[in-house]
Design a protein around this ligand. Sequence first.
Ligand code: ADP
Length: 404
Amino acid sequence: MNILVVNAGSSSLKYQLIDSVTGIASAKGLCERIGANGSCIEHKNLVKGTKTSLESPMKDHADAMKLVVNYLTDKEFGVIESMDEIGAIGHRVVHGGSYFSKSILLNDDVLAKLELCKDFAPLHTIAHLMGIKGCLDTMPSKPQVLVFDTSFHQTMEPEAYMYALPYKYYSEYGIRRYGFHGTSHRYVSGEMAKILGKPVEDTKIITCHIGNGSSITAVKGGKVMDTSMGFTPLAGVEMGTRCGDIDPAIVTLIMEKENMTPAEVNDLMNKKSGFLGITGLSSDMRDLLAAAEEGGEKGERASLALNILKHNVKKYIGSYAAIMNGVDAVVFTAGIGENCGALREMICSDMEFMGIELDKEANAGRSSDPFRISTADSKVAVYVIPTNEELVIAQDTAAIVEAK
Ligand code: ADP
């Protein structure tokens, strides 16, 4: 079944058309500046290897979806004859609160619960609702499935997801750890379990999704025990522009000293911290690597940002091995995890005490398939596994629609 995978942002919409049986994507693209001047769509036909783009007004996500369908069915750039060849639509949804522990078919009740998730992730949820409405307007009869970044983490025990705040903040406002990137952690931990070749119930895997946003997850027996992101995707390790874990008292202190509003300090921690905040240079790992190589004052700051991330990730690996009583495998994924051998080497060095031995030559390699970067003797297997969240969304969507 052809599944249209949709990832709707507030002014953007990413899409892929994936055959859920073969797992192959035939087309993908991106609509940008929806609702603003200069909206445009970039569309790729992955079968022919062609690419096209068009500046065209899109006042809302429904307009964007119409353009997507036009391109998918276009004689020259399309991959299908008509909309009938789309079996269903699968949406990536960032926050499902405690309402959704697995992917689900859209209906009025689901839509009402998704509305409630605005409390947790207002901007993302509003964008997803616009994407869903855009699909309902354009393709009213197509089944739609929601796949949540938070749902894989719903297996955590209260001891992992509760914060030690007065209990009423949990019961009244749902303040707890939710965790994010769940679709990615689920995919790579599942692939890793297959590689380990033992029953999933017997596996202990630490997955390191390191990209612009990063999170580390402990997966024991196929279930999440803990994850580094929290109530929002701001928690955990240092990221491109996010600070990750800090002493919460710092927030009120900065607000007092700099006379900041909650919105301003939120912006500071989400958009001006992390690599960008430490270096003043960039939020992009490639820029940090280049600056560190060049040396000088900028290089020192870049090295500091790299070392903070290394230190953070090591700490999570160590603590997750402790809560799982051991670890069989560590997996690196996402933009940095998949491509930055230098950082992987920094993280995996001096970890022999817990059975991690890196094969430096293997670690210098690159592949679109999973590859092992630990030595043959390493007690813990260390792998790079390219993530594929869209495939999980397509497969979940097809399974739910077929079971209807
Ligand atoms: P997002 O969280 O937005 O999905 P990605 O997973 O695409 O982000 O990761 C983006 C990060 O990956 C950027 O910091 C980028 O510099 C880094 N990255 C991409 N390619 C490389 C590379 N070859 N070497 C080092 N870092 C890389």
